[in-house]
Design a protein around this ligand. Structure first.
Ligand code: ATP
Ligand code: MG
Length: 553
């Protein structure tokens, strides 16, 4: 499809190419390692496209590994949603689905090995004492009074930690590196802590759980990962990543590379904040169409192609930057412009009667689905005496330059006839309830001589044949490009969704299935809601307006 865009710079592709060319690796192995403590977001999509994309491009493989070292925050619902998100994006891990928790025994054995080598020790300091002993960026840390324990004593205590003899927080296992290191990560980092909680994946086998920094590199080594790609904030952790690999008898040696994370304007992406929006009821769930989660933008109507093309467009670099939300929105517009069938939907209906059209008659007009793509075919749209048009396509007293319908003026109905407005009916408040028109039978679209020019074209549906629908007009979730700080929620957009209950769609849409996508003529791109739409009671979500309405503001 024409959503293919020019591939932007990606320094990791160059590294992989060189490693294959020089024979450093015969094949590359990458991994995507989410912590199952929330749904994946568009930032994760960047990492997925990068890791799975490189493996695909160079004939290697990419593992999906759940980084499930913290039993307290992780849930099975998240595991399922993560798998679904990766699959939806169009990637496959094949048989390479892993859980860091499945390596707990090996990780434990290696920890004992470090203890025996005098390179790890059990510390009784409390968490806050460990923190104050760590020093600062300008001052060295202070050694713990327990740092000098013998290997035998450490081994005994570590085994008793595993056996569950001590309460949470009573002891930790620390790597014995250098309390004066200029890199804070090397000041005897904690490797294990005591948590008396069952684990969602491996049950209640463990009372101690490894820290991310200890588990991650060793998991990479166990799986034979060649390129362990993470975001820039792990750059300072790299010496620790390497220290563990240097000091353990690992089967092979992965290498860590860092890239700049995706920051998107008008969105929050930390899972903590996304969870808060869900818990506080600001959105209907992790997959609310306003959320920047992969499941949210899917429900919004984005295509996997649009998300992948977005990730290609922004490229992969090493300096942090912000990507404007309009770039993401443009990616879906470009994709749907190519392939979404054009249909007519009236969102705020106003009744229109054609006085010179016979009462009981109707006809079917064949209207193509796409102006530039005849291969998409056409559908029949019924036309009759009573129609609905968009309320704001009529004005009784129009301003100068108004190109739609007003008394005495002519307009073309898309794919149908030219009408002239000959009068209106109003209710007691003076609100127009019906527009009265006459039509010119000689002007049917496609007929010879039908090209007579009028100043505007509007969309319409037959009152009798159209189907009722609910339409949800979504907009950006935040009004501020960078909703940061303690009051970040004050920037929530109060108009991020408007629900219209009384919309009328052309009858071809009665057959639409969940996730079908359309362009509603003159309105935007819409899709059938994945969750709430029912046969006979369709619900459509607005994916994007036809044009960017934010950038000019
Ligand atoms: P959060 O900070 O929102 O909790 P996280 O980084 O802790 O996110 P993980 O589940 O650990 O979430 O992330 C899995 C992978 O996705 C990691 O390799 C991480 O580097 C990558 N990732 C997370 N956020 C982004 C982002 N905004 N841009 C690119 N990659 C990201
Ligand atoms: Mg993380």
């Amino acid at each position: 499809m024409s959503t293919e865009t020019h591939q932007a710079a990606n320094f990791l592709r160059t590294i992989v190419q060189e490693d294959l060319k020089s024979g450093k690796h015969e094949t590359i192995v990458t991994r995507f390692p989410p912590e199952p403590n929330g749904y994946l977001h568009i930032g994760h999509a960047k990492s997925i496209c990068l890791n799975f994309g490189l493996a695909k491009e160079f004939g290697g493989r990419c593992h999906l590994r759940f980084d499930d070292t913290n039993p307290v925050k992780e849930e099975t619902e998240y595991i399922e949603s993560i798998k679904e998100s990766v699959r939806w994006l169009g990637f496959s891990w094949g048989s390479h689905l892993y859980y860091a928790s499945e390596y707990f025994e090996q990780l434990y054995q290696w920890a004992e090995y470090l203890v025996q080598q005098g390179k790890a020790y059990v510390d009784d300091l409390a968490a806050d004492e460990i923190r104050t002993h760590r020093g600062t960026l300008t001052e060295p840390g202070k050694e713990s009074p327990y740092r000098g324990r013998s290997a035998d004593e450490n081994l005994d205590l570590f085994r008793r930690m595993r056996a569950g003899e001590f309460p949470d927080g009573a002891k930790v296992l620390r790597a014995k590196i250098d309390m004066a290191s200029p890199n804070m990560n090397l000041r005897d980092p904690v490797m294990y802590r005591i948590i008396h909680a069952p684990h969602p994946h491996v049950g209640d086998a463990w009372r101690i759980y490894p820290m991310y920094d200890y588990a991650h590199g060793q998991s990479d080594a166990i799986e034979g990962v060649t390129h362990s790609i993470c975001t820039l904030e792990f750059e300072d952790h790299k010496p620790l990543y390497e220290w563990f690999l240097d000091n353990l008898p690992v089967p092979q040696r992965p290498r860590q590379y860092e890239f700049a994370r995706l920051n998107l304007t008008y969105a929050v992406m930390s899972k903590r904040k996304l969870l808060q929006l869900v818990k506080d009821g600001d959105v209907s769930g992790w997959d609310d169409p306003r959320m920047p989660t992969i499941m949210g933008i899917r429900r919004r109507g984005y295509t996997p192609e649009a998300v992948r093309s977005f990730c290609d467009t922004i490229g992969v670099g090493r300096s942090d930057s912000w990507i404007d939300m309009s770039i993401l929105e443009e990616s879906v517009r470009q994709d749907l412009n190519e392939r979404a069938p054009r249909v007519m939907a009236v969102l705020r209906p106003l009744r229109l009667v054609i006085e010179n059209y016979p009462e009981v008659e109707s006809e079917e007009l064949s209207i193509p689905y796409h102006p530039q793509k005849p291969e998409l075919g056409a559908r029949l749209v019924p036309f009759c005496r009573e129609l609905f048009i968009e309320r704001d396509d009529f004005m009784e007293e129009p301003p100068k330059g108004f190109k739609r319908l007003s008394p005495g003026e002519e307009i073309r109905l898309r794919g149908a006839y030219i009408l002239r407005c000959v009068g209106v009916e109003k209710d007691a408040d003076g609100t127009v309830t019906t527009v009265r028109c006459t039509y010119d039978p000689e002007t049917r679209s496609g007929l010879p001589g039908s090209e007579r020019k009028v100043k505007g074209v509007i969309h319409w549906v037959s009152a009798r044949h159209s189907v009722a629908a609910e339409v949800r007009l979504y907009d950006r979730l935040f009004t501020d490009p960078n909703p940061a700080g303690d009051d970040w929620k004050e920037h929530l957009n109060p108009a991020s969704v408007e629900v219209l209950h009384d919309c009328r769609l052309e009858p071809s849409l009665a057959a639409a299935q969940a996730e079908d996508r359309f362009q509603f003529e003159r309105q935007g791109y819409f899709c059938v809601d994945l969750k709430d739409s029912r046969p006979g009671a369709p619900v459509f979500n607005r994916t994007a307006t036809l044009r960017d309405s934010w950038t000019k503001k």
